[in-house]
Design a protein around this ligand. Sequence first.
Ligand code: UDP
Length: 328
Amino acid sequence: MPEKVLVTGGAGYIGSHACKALARAGHIPVTFDNFSTGWRDAVRFGPMVEGDLLDRGALDAAFEKHRPDAVMHFAALSQVGEAVREPGLYWRVNVGGSLNLIEAALAAGVKRFVFSSTCATYGDQDGVVLTEDTPQAPLNAYGASKRAIEDMLADFAVSDGLESVIFRYFNVAGADPEGEVGEHHQPETHLIPLILDAVDGRRPALTINGTDYPTADGTCIRDYVHVMDLVEAHVAGLDWLRAGKGSRVFCLGTGTGFSVREVVAETRHVTNRTVPMQDGPRRPGDAVTLVCGSERARTELGWQADRSTMAQMIADAWRWHQNGHYDR
Ligand code: UDP
């Protein structure tokens, strides 16, 4: 049966791909977004509500008008550097906004909640393949705000019977292979789009953030997941809740890490172009190695990260980079 899902942040990178996956699965995604970082052009798969999570009245009106069956919550500030400089923003927007959202959902009788959390809730755990049971120790207000929201969901489960599926993941990459939506951040801080900017001359060169880390080639290692695989897990999370399976946390990763230099080499291979680059200093706050397993998601949700090969992620990102764009 089709479900109506209020998707906060539906105009953003992951949210817009989630809306596409929901629509493809026969659901109706209702985007709720304040367009602070999202794009109107990215809202293509269902109704749109312009509103802010800090505005409880706007949330109540959206629940009243659209009567969703469930919530999928992506909207958040997500830049670690900014979180370190301005922690108040992260506590106010991410935590305060989510509290409004949860209370508005419960007031409207909506008790199913899929939440986009992060492996930044774990902090620096170099060398460990993270699982759902790894203790969380966030290092900054971004990770702390996401963990606080996880805690909040647990509290409202006890008080009001709220049921949630929480996904924790790291580096999301790639784009819709059909090119309807893609990754567009302003400013861009993520590795793969920055490499592609250097490839096609939008930027003079990629700067490698540190080349003296204790890894085989001296650069940081990350776990990259294809955005389409990632959002399919979110749709499966919705099904999980609808089937009455109850609250659950899932990590989403491939369990395989790639160094910055390996990502650059693969980009050279996929695009058949040179990647202008220069060595730079370490970026404050970067962990050496972050890799996360997905045993639970695979066994319990039937999740398969089929598209999450580095070549596929870069090829899809490159196609979008060359052909896709958004106007606000
Ligand atoms: N990185 C880099 N140069 C850049 C941007 C990123 O060397 O211009 C590195 C970054 O330091 C990290 C990896 O690429 O080791 C992935 O960074 P990204 O910002 O994409 O994701 P994060 O791991 O911070 O979530």
